[in-house]
Write a protein that binds this ligand. Structure first.
Ligand SMILES: [Fe+2]
Length: 249
């Protein structure tokens, strides 16, 4: 890779994270996603070797986590409106090893497709019993679990009659800044997915499909809620695709 031959021996030893395969991460410029036209770099990227500032990262201990924050349906006096769901899975590294005690933040629209945010003026109701934000730490096997309601689809201004498929935003730190991931999880069978310019930013079919959760009988609770499973790979050839840099929809 460009620049690698200039690295010092010490820096070479620290190059601990494999780079993604071409096509498995979103293109910076994907014109159907209109915002990418202004956001994409106009010059070639500069290769940066992984040094101590990339292979280290913040550590979030149990003291920085609200143990109740994994359940987005119990943050208010009443239950939110919508279809109750459980979203769970594992966070693993590029070699399939569990990433333990890493912080996961999620945020999402409510069941009507509306965010509790001043920039969201979509004409759909807010839910007084739903904030739409949660967090948790992975356990010793890299597992996580959230309880929430299925987010609704919502319109956006990207093009005429543009609608985002239902999705949940995920933000993970992982063990290092090099493994930092911000992405979006989708739901199987959503008819809007094939038309979504953000989903389609990632060229590689397998990597793209990895953003779609699968329905999971194991975590479906009788008479209560459906379960969806979503595994996340931080770094390397199988890495879960990053959301388009600067993307916030
Ligand atoms: Fe969104």
């Amino acid at each position: 890779m460009r620049g690698s031959e200039k690295e010092s021996p010490a820096a070479t030893r620290l190059a601990a994270y494999r780079r993604p395969q071409p096509g498995t991460q979103p293109k910076h410029l994907h014109p159907p996603y209109v915002s990418s036209i202004k956001r994409a770099p106009s010059k070639a990227l500069i290769y940066l070797p992984h040094t101590i500032s990339e292979i280290t990262g913040p550590v979030f201990g149990a003291e920085s986590v609200d143990v109740k924050a994994f359940d987005l349906t119990k943050q208010h006096s009443g239950e939110p409106v919508g279809e109750r769901i459980v979203v769970s899975g594992r966070v693993i590294d590029e070699d399939g090893r569990p990433i333990r005690a890493t912080l996961i933040d999620i945020w999402q629209a409510n069941a009507a497709g509306r965010y509790l945010h001043k920039n969201d003026q979509h004409d759909a109701p807010l839910d007084p019993n739903f904030t739409g934000m949660g967090h948790t730490l992975t356990d010793s096997e890299g597992r996580y679990r959230f309880v929430t309601v299925r987010p609704g689809a919502y319109p956006w201004k990207n093009h005429y009659n543009a609608w985002r498929p239902s999705h949940i935003h995920f933000s993970l730190f992982g063990p290092a800044f090099a493994t930092r991931l911000v992405t979006q999880m989708y739901f199987p069978g959503d008819p809007l997915i094939p038309f979504d310019p953000i989903f389609n930013c990632t060229a590689d079919e397998k990597a793209r499909q990895g953003l779609i959760s699968f329905f999971d009988w194991e975590t479906t609770i009788p008479d209560r809620s459906l379960g969806y499973h979503f595994d996340i790979v931080l770094g390397g050839r199988e890495a879960t695709p990053m959301e388009m840099p600067g993307g916030r929809r």
